[in-house]
Design a protein. Sequence first.
Length: 103
Amino acid sequence: MGQAVKVLQLFKTLHRTRQQVFKNDTRALEARIKINEEFKSNKSETSPKKIEELIKIGSDVELLLRTSVIQGIHTDHNTLKLVPRKDLLVENVPYCDKPTQKQ
């Protein structure tokens, strides 16, 4: 796959992730501006090595947003209500001091 295609896919993926992670948060949705600025500032990059490096950074940012960011809503002065997305909720596995023996 060509680098131009990878860059375009990353751009689209970052924007989709931004829309999911910051859903209904108009202030945070302005991350769109930062994403666009970063891509524009590196638009004239020609070094394949540098482009791959930038793609890696962008992919890492997308993964971090998708897997680690949870929205919080101020309900009053000292209280935040956390709103995790369904894809972040995983089955809780209880801790066990003694590992089970395989038979």
